[in-house]
Design a protein around this ligand. Structure first.
Ligand code: NDP
Ligand code: GDR
Length: 371
């Protein structure tokens, strides 16, 4: 029997990689996509199948985590063996601007999925994966952070995800559901949203190296994150739902790096060496050398500056995960390290902007998108 999976957030970074993985394992994959005034399926277009085709194994349904009637209808229709609840307003900084919406989609949205499973009598059939986050740890209580480290959320996003975490645990205990939290630390890829720091950096580096942008404005360069590759992390999501008993898992690399260091590594991929001078709001990054003749930026040029508008009202300073449990019980090990991740992301953005450069050099006006 073919397994059937339902993915909320299928149009996002993780949704795209997870869809690829589950299709490769022979699943029928259903996804919830939001109605948008523009096409929003870029990340999964290579997997998309003509809706007129018979025997499709990838089917999209319009829906939203804020609409329980719609979730109940989709789940009733799909009768999934596994639900991966990846849908969320996932940007920490933006959650300070849209706290109520974030609570609704990220917190109550999870409850709506769990309740739909219960209402439809699927508690023994449908397994659920909840996309929990290292942001739950927030203000540092202990490092490295493991499944037993206390939570101290520091943003409306993290507080909403805290509710989602505990309601998932509660439904598991109250109704015997196979419901699990994957507490995933930051994971990135060429598909990462453009306003998360890693992608913002690799896009900026590619554009600066190609002469399409002068400077990269960033916020807190001191923040430390445990960065992995999304492709590795969706494997862990899948494994979490294949265990004998439902449990919560930390998924992390165990290595932490400062934002500043990520910037240096990304520039180094283009042969540009950047040195930082100054402190706090006045810190700047300057070019000290360029070894690749294809990417020449004048030595001494200021290519990175701090803009306090990217600071958060409350910051999470240090995340470093303890992957012992997932290594032992899931036998999960990442295939990528940070250098491999940075290399892939910069290469992808160089390719992306090579097209833009060609258009610009041919006289077409290129509009910049700022964030
Ligand atoms: P993305 O922001 O790339 O994707 C989020 C997805 O959720 C998109 O498909 C988005 O749709 C969808 N979505 C947003 N709001 C709603 C809503 N109200 N109803 C239905 N769908 C909605 O996130 P990632 O792929 O990076 O992350 C996946 C999940 O994992 C998220 O829940 C995130 O919070 C969590 N997480 C992510 C980590 C990371 O480092 N990436 C680490 C830990 C947890 P649209 O495309 O239309 O915007
Ligand atoms: P994060 O990711 O908040 O950890 O949440 P993000 O990449 O946004 O920030 C990481 C760190 O970089 C600092 N930073 C900047 N961040 C952004 N976005 N833009 C900047 O210009 C900038 N300059 C410095 C931030 O202050 C922060 O310390 C991500 C999301 O995917 C969540 O959904 C997920 O739950 C967590 O990772 C784990």
């Amino acid at each position: 029997m073919k397994k059937v999976a339902l993915i909320t957030g299928i149009t996002g970074q993780d949704g795209a990689y997870l869809t690829e993985l589950l299709l490769s394992k022979g699943y029928d994959v259903h996804g919830v996509k939001r109605r948008s005034s523009l096409f929003n399926t870029d990340r999964i277009d290579h997997l998309y199948q003509d809706p007129h085709q018979q025997d499709r194994n990838l089917i999209l349904h319009y829906g939203d985590l804020s609409d329980s009637t719609n979730l109940i209808r989709i789940i009733q229709q799909v009768q999934p063996d596994e639900i991966y609840n990846l849908g969320a307003m996932s940007h920490v900084k933006v959650s300070f601007d849209t706290p109520e919406y974030t609570a609704n989609a990220d917190g109550i949205g999870t409850l709506r999925i769990l309740e739909a499973i219960r209402i439809l009598g699927l508690t023994k059939k449908t397994k659920i994966y909840q996309a929990s986050t290292s942001e739950l740890y927030g203000l540092v209580q202990a490092v490295p952070q493991s499944e037993t480290t206390p939570f101290y959320p520091r943003s409306p996003y993290a507080v909403a995800k805290l509710y989602a975490y505990w309601i998932t645990v509660n439904y598991r205990e109250a109704y015997g559901m196979y419901a699990c939290n994957g507490i995933l630390f930051n994971h990135e890829s060429p598909l990462r949203g453009e306003t998360f720091v890693t992608r913002k950096i690799t896009r900026g580096v590619a554009k600066i190296a190609m002469g399409l942008q002068d400077k990269l404005y960033l916020g807190n360069l001191d923040a430390q994150r445990d960065w992995g590759h999304a492709k590795d992390y969706v494997e862990a999501m899948y494994l979490i739902l294949q265990q004998e008993t439902p449990e919560d898992f930390v998924i992390a690399t165990g290595v932490t790096t400062r934002v500043r260091e990520f910037v240096r590594k990304a520039f180094a991929e283009t042969g540009i060496t950047v040195e930082f001078k100054g402190e706090g709001d006045s810190e700047k990054g300057y070019v000290v050398s360029c070894s690749d003749p294809a990417y020449q930026v004048a030595v001494g040029t200021e290519v990175v500056a701090v803009d306090p508008k990217y600071f958060r009202p409350t910051e999470v300073d240090l995340l470093i995960g303890d992957p012992s449990k997932c290594q032992q019980k899931l036998n999960w090990k990442p295939k990528y390290d940070l250098n491999g991740l940075v290399k892939e992301m910069v290469a992808a953005d160089l390719e992306l902007f090579a097209r833009e450069k060609l258009l610009k050099d041919s006289g077409y006006e290129i509009k910049n998108q700022y964030e």
